[in-house]
Design a protein around this ligand. Sequence first.
Ligand code: SAM
Length: 251
Amino acid sequence: MLSYQHIYHAGCLADVHKHAALSIILSKMVEKDKSIYYMETHAGRGLYDLNSDESQKTGEANAGITKLRNKLPPKHPYTKLLESLPKNIYPGSPLIAHKILRPIDRLFLSELHPQEFSALKNNMGNYSNVFVHDDNGYKKVLALSPPIVRRGLVLIDPSYEVKTEYADAAEFVKKLHKKWPEAVIMLWYPILQSGYHKEMCAILKTAELPKFWQQEVNFKNGGNTLGSGLVICNLPYGTENGLDAAKSIFK
Ligand SMILES: C[S@@+](CC[C@H](N)C(=O)[O-])C[C@H]1O[C@@H](n2cnc3c(N)ncnc32)[C@H](O)[C@@H]1O
């Protein structure tokens, strides 16, 4: 079942939480000269037009990035990145990663929805260090792991259309860590009234993953979404203060 389209939600409060954190982590990782392999299990389109009918229909970007962009610290890497684009163009995680990473780095992006994949290919497929896959992201990333270059980050950003996806995502993190122990693994999840994320977090907390970090933010006006959560394994040294600072914009 693939009915989810991120264009309706791009730039929402949860995106701001996730994308600000991704920007902090990748900016820290590129401080070292060694190249990086970046992978995404659920890439989406790469970028979104906030003037589109779909975006305007939900108004989630208006309540999210449009409202929060001025609350971000001016030197935050996400702020700088947003300023480099026209106001109506919202960068999805693939474009954020591409803007921060360097030509020596590689990006592997999986997207299963045919229409979303076609847009991803148009938006990101022309960069020489970007490889787009119309494949199941979980399978693709495991097949590519461990890559020759062991420094890397895997972003897992499912749409959680079915309840079982929470436990599946947790099991995937454990499997991936076994295959590629050096990878920074970043998993996003929504906090809903149902509390489905709790089982997933419990699995991850008992998995004894190294440099394990978790952050949850609560939304005042997020509708059905009460908040947003992130878990990271192998959190890069020196990123914690930046990640904590961004949390304050949701208060
Ligand atoms: C939340 S969106 C991704 C947003 C993107 N990561 C960003 O931050 O810009 C989730 C995407 O995953 C896709 N998807 C769902 N299941 C998938 C799977 N098993 N493998 C790859 N893509 C999948 C959906 O079509 C949707 O475009």
